[in-house]
Design a protein around this ligand. Structure first.
Ligand SMILES: Cc1ncc(COP(=O)(O)O)c(C=O)c1O
Length: 360
């Protein structure tokens, strides 16, 4: 007899993980929006030092990390949630806020984890199409809010389409959302976004809107994707208490905590990476534009391009892979006929553009 699983197991989509992690260093990994720079040496040292104490459980209050984030952003530590990657906080938010009969509103295509929240809780997902420029249509999203809405997710800049909205548009949207509806502003790429200004700009919104949560990660520009560390700056303590309540204790390991604390001390390195990443992305954009392809206006470390009519997306992805370049097919992220490509090193970007030229 096969095992009998909960009904929701049939509803939960399989997360479209990138392939190629077994292909070795020669492959250009442009499929997961990671940072192409290794962690700062001091971060590696700080994380490594924790291993000598690995026989003890990690700090269950995540005190040094929450204190460091509190000092950096001027938010009390009680209003800072941390997680095993920001995905952990997202999924916990789904568990804490959603249930059958409730609704969650988000744009689509957006981050591939969002559909999991409704599927695993039994809530209804309201997916609002992006506009013709691959941006969030915030008015259409606000129109979808009903008495059943518990959670709204806004991805800014948006993964997979790379577009961002200014904070004035976000603010006008927040004014339309009832105060009992939680809004998570997913800012995984905020350090790179020029339209956001800087990572402090959206903090003003936290002071004005008690239902807002800013979700951020150490996986991107800080270069700690494999350690898994994310955080949320919350307008109220309730959100942090609720997402802690639904998770196992010790969800953030000691190496990730120490690495993240150390990474926050090296903002000069972050700034250097941001400048290099934006320059790399611009070269990538130039190469793609020279091929005559449409690109969304990127405000992140990746681009979203449309393939010409009649060109098969699967063939292009396979052809790129055969040439040692891994990118993400639009179909796996919610839209056929597109590619999402992470800005890599200069050599990787050249390799991608050269290979794409062969294929389209
Ligand atoms: C928009 C967005 N949010 C959240 C995440 C999750 O990041 P992590 O769980 O690594 O912190 C990602 C990762 O790609 C993302 O693109």
């Amino acid at each position: 007899m096969p095992l009998e699983f909960a009904e929701r197991i049939r509803r939960i989509p399989v997360y479209p993980v990138a392939a190629g992690y077994d292909l070795g260093a020669e492959v250009a990994m442009l499929a997961s929006n990671e940072c192409c720079f290794a962690p700062h040496p001091a971060v590696i040292e700080a994380a490594s030092r924790t291993l000598a104490g690995a026989h003890r459980y990690p700090d269950p209050y995540y005190t040094p990390l929450r204190r460091a984030l509190s000092e950096r952003y001027g938010i009390p530590a009680e209003r800072i949630a941390v997680g095993n990657g920001s995905c952990d906080i997202l999924l916990a938010a789904g568990e804490a806020l959603l249930e059958p009969g409730a609704e969650v509103v988000y744009a689509w295509p957006a981050f591939s984890v969002y559909p999991h929240l409704a599927a695993s809780s039994g809530a209804r997902a309201i997916e609002v199409p992006l506009d013709s420029e691959a941006r969030h249509d915030l008015d259409a999203m606000a129109d979808e809010i009903t008495v059943a809405t518990r959670l709204v997710l806004v991805c800014n800049p948006n993964n997979p389409t790379s577009t961002a909205l200014g904070l004035d548009a976000i603010e006008a949207f927040l004014e339309r959302v009832p105060s009992h509806v939680c809004v998570i502003l997913d800012e995984a790429y905020c350090e790179i976004s020029l339209s956001l200004g800087d990572t402090y700009a959206s903090l003003d919104l936290l002071r004005r809107f008690g239902n807002l949560v800013l979700l951020r990660t150490f996986s991107k520009v800080y270069g700690l994707a494999a350690l898994r560390a994310g955080y949320a700056l919350c307008a109220s303590e309730d959100f942090r208490v609720a997402v802690d309540q639904v998770r196992q204790p010790f969800y953030l390991n000691a190496a990730a905590q120490a690495g993240a604390v150390e990474a926050l001390r090296h903002q000069d390195e972050v700034e250097r990476r941001v400048a290099q990443t934006i320059a790399a992305r611009m070269t990538l954009e130039e190469g793609v534009r020279e091929l005559g392809l449409w690109l969304a206006e990127s405000d992140a470390n990746f681009v979203w391009l449309r393939l010409p009519d009649g060109v098969d997306e699967g063939d292009v992805v396979t052809g790129l892979r055969a040439r040692g370049v891994l990118v993400r097919a639009g179909a796996s992220l919610g839209q056929q006929g597109a590619l999402r490509v992470t800005a890599g090193t200069e050599r990787e970007n050249e390799r991608f553009v050269g290979a794409l030229r062969d294929l389209v």
